[in-house]
Design a protein around this ligand. Structure first.
Ligand code: ADP
Length: 250
């Protein structure tokens, strides 16, 4: 589904990603781990189109998408979430979901005047989908709560919900466990698993919570100093002395 081929990204004279190559199989949940400064976030930004690589190639379903904008990638089904959720805090949870689908007829001034029925039907469909998403995430009770008032864990669930409002194929999750209490964490894990197994989502997730990586991810890719250090199942990666060394040098 996704192929990274010798990706490099420089910031001035500093090489944050240094020839990174690996592939992501459709239907997998790939875990991306590594010590702070390993280049994980920069790599996510390259994949999601927030940064352009200095060199190297990215292919999505065989198509070269290197350097495409995040907006173009979003329309191809590649979306990302953020370590710190990017909700619109003054809008309700429901509204945050409803505004995700692109090209809604109500965004256009003329259709608002001339095709009001079409706008209303479209909004009813989007609203239904938003309610279904809230129900799936067990967030129905906060549908009309301002997103800014939700707990850290609820915001993470809402962020996952925003990806469900699109036709996402590959979702990049940036530290979904960060700042989430244990109860909501288990819920988040369960939802990610259902989206993967039953709805065909492929995930790549950056995570420091090794329990979450162990439960969800095969394969696990460990990065250090901008490169892939080792890739394999959780146990073999965890027990590799190079991984321990990389973390100790953090
Ligand atoms: P990780 O997510 O694995 O902690 P990052 O991708 O955030 O690693 O960072 C990798 C390295 O690149 C770090 O040394 C960081 O300081 C550097 N870096 C990241 N973004 C920038 C930037 N915009 N400008 C300069 N250096 C950066």
């Amino acid at each position: 589904m996704l192929e990274l081929d010798q990706l490099v990204r420089d910031f001035g004279g500093f090489r944050a990603v240094n020839g990174c190559s690996f592939s992501v199989a459709e239907g997998s949940i790939t875990g991306l781990i590594g010590p702070n400064g390993a280049g994980k976030t920069t790599l996510f930004n390259l994949i999601a189109g927030a940064l352009r690589p200095t060199s190297g190639h990215i292919r999505f379903f065989g198509e070269d998408v290197t350097g495409l904008s995040s907006d173009a990638l979003f329309h191809k089904g590649l979306v990302r979430t953020f370590q710190i959720p990017h909700e619109f805090h003054r809008l309700t949870a429901l509204e945050n979901l409803m505004m995700v689908p692109p090209k809604q007829p109500g965004e256009n001034l003329f259709s608002n005047w001339l095709s009001w029925g079409k706008v209303r039907n479209s909004e009813a469909g989007v609203e239904r989908k938003a309610y279904e998403t809230l129900e799936f995430l067990d967030l129905t009770h906060v549908a009309h709560e301002r997103a800014g008032n939700l707990s850290g864990g609820q915001k993470k669930l809402l962020e996952l919900g925003r990806t469900m409002m699109t036709d996402a194929r590959l979702v990049l999750l940036d530290e979904p466990a960060a700042g989430v209490n244990r109860t909501l964490l288990r819920k988040l894990e369960a939802k990610i698993k259902i989206l993967n197994k039953e709805r065909g989502y492929t995930f790549i997730l950056i995570e420091h919570d090794m329990e979450m990586i162990e439960k969800l991810c095969t394969p696990v890719v460990c990065m250090a100093e901008g490169k892939v250090l080792i890739e394999g199942d959780f146990q073999s990666v965890r027990s590799d002395p190079r991984v321990l060394e990389a973390y100790l040098g953090e």
